[in-house]
Design a protein. Sequence first.
Length: 276
Amino acid sequence: MPVNVTMTVYDSAQRPPPFVDEFVQLLRYRDLILLMAGNILKNRYKRSLLGVFWMLLNPLLQTIVLAVAFGAMFKSALPDYPVYLLSGLLAWSFITQTTQYAMAVMAGGGGLLKRIYIPRATYVIAVVGNGLVNFLVSILPLAAIVLVFDHPVQASWLFLPVSIVILTIFTLGFALLLSTASVFFTDSIDIYQILVQAFFFLTPIMYPPSALSAELSQLMTLNPFFGLIELFRIPIYANAVPDAGLIASAAALALGTLLAGWTVFTNRADQLAYRL
């Protein structure tokens, strides 16, 4: 008796565009993303005596050191200087530490990518998710410093979820761009670390924008980090909702960066495993 066998022929021409296909695959592997984010968090602190408590201690210790070093210099211009400092430092650290870690994880993930199939963006999204957890936990030390210095807490804090969403969108897009660069151009990791150190001093994190000259103040509008940091700091330190222009420009920057990062990363996704 003849047996009818139906064969499915794969036609690569019918494959969705890379930026669509990668998104569909990520939805299928969403449980793996959560698992990897948890593993990154555990591995990051498993050899540490204090473990995850470093998420609370690290921003506090950084603030103490920088406040002692620079507090007297800016005390008159910036009352409650530790609040100003830490609110800017948290946003800065979330962006830069997360993107640096994403580059390192992506560049070192070739073994797994060559052995099994997983969506290439899984690494980056898991790292950004882990960074977001660190960021949210670090708000607790910030709240403690606000209470210690009796800094006013007003309804403007309710805007913080919007700030955090915009920061996360930007960080994800930036991490996708930098992770792609780290695979195809390994020196980009060292170059980025140098740029991070330079922009830390070029961005008003430790000092007020008024400390800059008129020429540098105009150039600050070209600094993408400045607006994003202010978007998070203004509701906390200035007890105000950022103006509509700042919100719109930060949101446009975040969405544009995500679109660029996703497009570049997904177009190169199939080549990543072979370049690692």
